[in-house]
Design a protein around this ligand. Structure first.
Ligand SMILES: C[S@@+](CC[C@H](N)C(=O)[O-])C[C@H]1O[C@@H](n2cnc3c(N)ncnc32)[C@H](O)[C@@H]1O
Length: 246
């Protein structure tokens, strides 16, 4: 991604509203699916999740709590205090041990050489190029050498998929946009492999970027909708200036 990248980043939206009674998304946000992302369930079965685990932008905590049921030591961080409160309540109710705390993933203040695995479900796909670079640098500080970061985000194929294969959903989504000036393609995250590789260019090795799906629940639907997504896997190199190997 170069200067032509038009991603707006996360500065213009207060995510905490998505988890409150006055949520702009209604009863729940589309990403808040009351269970773990299937892509991370599959990943866990391959032993790709090991050691001390961090979930960045953990939301209401379902991926963290899933990993806790599998015996992993997991910390979930999110900028939204309401999301963290909901996640902590779920952990108490389910009798699970996990750490949930508010933190800005672009800084990860206070975390140094602490994590072996990071998962990210639908956070990095929101970041503009500068934010993604800052995020990769913060993760580099927070992770141990050879730690692995797994990033799951809605891909640039999602818009075409909605238009061609889910036109009724696309139409309903467009009808719900708060202004005629907004377009669905501008609202939908569109993670490309280049965006990911560029963001993690310094101090990370890109091990794989694969096609998968990210589960959503649209407010007006009872069935889940699996959108085209990418799963990027990056390994932390010893130095932040090491070039990545492909
Ligand atoms: C699309 S939601 C995904 C939530 C969760 N990972 C899930 O899959 O349900 C993105 C989340 O990232 C959080 N977020 C946004 N910017 C953040 C930042 N700079 N640091 C930490 N969390 C952030 C939001 O509050 C929100 O919970």
């Amino acid at each position: 991604m170069g200067e032509s990248d038009t991603r707006s980043g996360t500065d213009d939206f207060d995510f905490d509203t998505a988890y409150r009674d006055d949520s702009p998304f209604g009863a729940r946000a589309p990403w808040d699916i009351d269970g773990p992302q299937p892509a991370f369930v599959a990943l866990e079965q391959t032993a790709a999740i090991a050691g001390d685990v961090l979930d960045c932008g953990c939301g209401s905590g379902e991926n963290v709590l899933f990993l806790a049921t599998k015996g992993h030591t997991v910390t979930g961080v999110d900028l939204a205090p309401t999301a963290i409160s909901i996640a902590q309540k779920k952990a108490r109710e389910r009798g699970l041990t996990a750490t949930f705390t508010t933190a800005d993933a672009l800084e990860l203040t206070g975390y140094h050489d602490q994590f072996d695995t990071v998962i990210d479900s639908a956070l990095a796909h929101l970041f503009d190029p500068d934010q993604l670079t800052r995020y990769a640098a913060a993760l580099h500080r927070a992770c141990r050498v050879d730690a692995t970061v797994h990033i799951l985000g809605i891909s640039d194929r999602a818009f075409t998929f909605l238009r061609n294969e889910q036109s009724a959903v696309a139409e309903q989504l467009e009808n719900q946009l708060p202004s005629d000036a907004l377009k669905l393609e501008d609202m939908l995250p569109s993670l490309t492999a280049d965006h990911l590789r560029n963001g993690f260019a310094a101090g990370w090795a890109a091990e794989s970027i694969t096609e998968t799906t990210l589960r959503t629940f649209m407010p007006f639907q009872t069935d889940p909708l699996d959108l085209p997504a990418r799963l990027g896997r990056f390994r932390r190199l010893a130095s932040k200036t090491d070039p990545q190997t492909r």
